[in-house]
Design a protein around this ligand. Structure first.
Ligand code: FMN
Length: 358
């Protein structure tokens, strides 16, 4: 028996180690490798349409009979005017010209994609669903709970952790400032919700009765063990799994992470309209002068998408969103199974204990 926590017991996993959902970068192979290795793999389905969601779930279910999670983005209903869109188009024109492309016009999702994805979670018998960008509405929470799905929310402050608990989440990921990718902030201003993992985890653990999962800057056994010591029931690692062979992040993205330092990441809303941590590049620098004109999420995400796809296809990283946490120098070019095994071995070594209970 290895380290048992409320999280491992409830999720029925061997190790308190979760591969973070990473929309655009997870694959069934990555998710299954982590789940088969005794951790919890998570499908980042935030940008998926129903068809892609079904396909990924089905593939993952053929690759593992162990528990895995799916992750959805709680929808946001922001507004944008045509004047604002025209202004952003004008700012982005040099890039459209550089690639000879027409911009995608931002649209509002009228199909209730979120509702369709929730239905698929239930239909396909997935038993763990995590969320970011807010808390799902009470009807959705009830539907999923009735189907026996364990719900995991996301918080970037103690207050957000409490709100997740009050809304019926079974567990909550607390995402420290170091974390790569989008901030999950929803109740307070994102730039004020920038608490480091070391400070956030114990304060959240003190404030809620549900298990807390630590995220942000955790890259190896030292970080996992520290998270458990701070009161977390598990650690969720994103950047560490992003550079594994099974992740489908573009090679130029992986290479950049593998060759960056702890000083290279910044918070930016220039790619998507929502603050996210990534490695500084030309696009972030260029857009620094236009912060007032950035469209609200998800419109900025839509209007920059073609540029990002094009630049990635050309093997360039200067205009690409290079999401990464601050733990970059600990990143490794390896297989997910190997990474997980090394993390477990390192925790064993640090704890001096093969069978460690809490
Ligand atoms: C490339 C990338 C994509 C991410 N996408 C998601 C996502 O779709 N859903 C989510 O809840 N969190 C997402 N995150 C955030 C992670 O869940 C987690 O909070 C973060 O990776 C932890 O910090 P670390 O990268 O330092 O390990 C993403 C992170 C990265 C690096």
């Amino acid at each position: 028996m290895w380290i048992q926590t409320e999280v491992t017991r409830q999720l029925n996993i061997k190790y308190p180690i979760i591969q973070a959902p990473m929309a655009g970068s997870t694959t069934p192979e990555l998710v299954a490798a982590v789940s088969n290795g005794g951790g919890l793999g998570s499908i980042g389905a935030g940008y998926y349409n129903p068809e892609k969601f079904r396909t990924d779930i089905a593939k993952t279910q053929t690759l593992t009979d162990k528990p895995f999670a799916v992750n959805l983005f709680v929808p946001e209903y922001n507004e944008v005017t045509s004047t604002q869109i025209d202004r952003m188009k004008e700012i982005l024109t040099p890039y459209y010209e550089e690639f000879n492309i027409e911009p995608d016009m931002p649209t509002i999702d009228k199909d209730d994609t979120f509702g369709q994805l929730v239905k698929i979670v239930i239909d396909t018998n997935v038993k763990i669903c995590s969320f970011t960008f807010g808390i799902p509405d009470p009807v959705t929470v009830e539907k999923l709970k009735e189907a026996g799905v364990i719900l995991i929310g996301c918080a970037t402050t103690v207050e957000e952790a409490v709100l997740n608990e009050q809304a019926g989440m079974d567990m909550v990921v607390v995402q420290g400032f170091e974390a790569g990718g989008h901030r999950g902030s929803f109740a307070q201003k994102t730039l004020q919700s920038t608490i480091g993992t070391m400070a956030l985890v114990p304060q959240a653990a003190d404030a809620v009765a549900i298990p807390v999962i630590a995220a942000g800057g955790i890259m190896d056994g030292r970080g996992v063990y520290a998270s458990l010591t701070l009161g977390a029931g598990a650690a969720q690692l994103g950047t560490a799994f992003l550079t594994t062979k099974e992740s489908k992040a573009p090679e130029i993205h992986k290479e950049k992470i593998l060759n960056s330092t702890e000083m290279d990441t910044v918070l930016t809303k220039s790619f998507s309209g929502k603050y996210a941590r990534g490695i500084r590049n030309r696009f972030i620098d260029d857009m620094e002068h236009h912060q007032e004109d950035i469209l609200a999420y998800p419109f900025q995400n839509q209007i920059t998408k073609k540029i990002r796809s094009k630049v990635a296809a050309e093997g360039r990283n200067d205009l690409l969103h290079l999401w990464s946490g601050q733990g970059v120098k600990m990143s490794r070019d390896t297989e997910a199974k190997e990474l997980l095994k090394d993390i477990v071995d390192q925790v064993n070594k640090i704890s001096g204990n093969e069978a460690y209970h809490r």
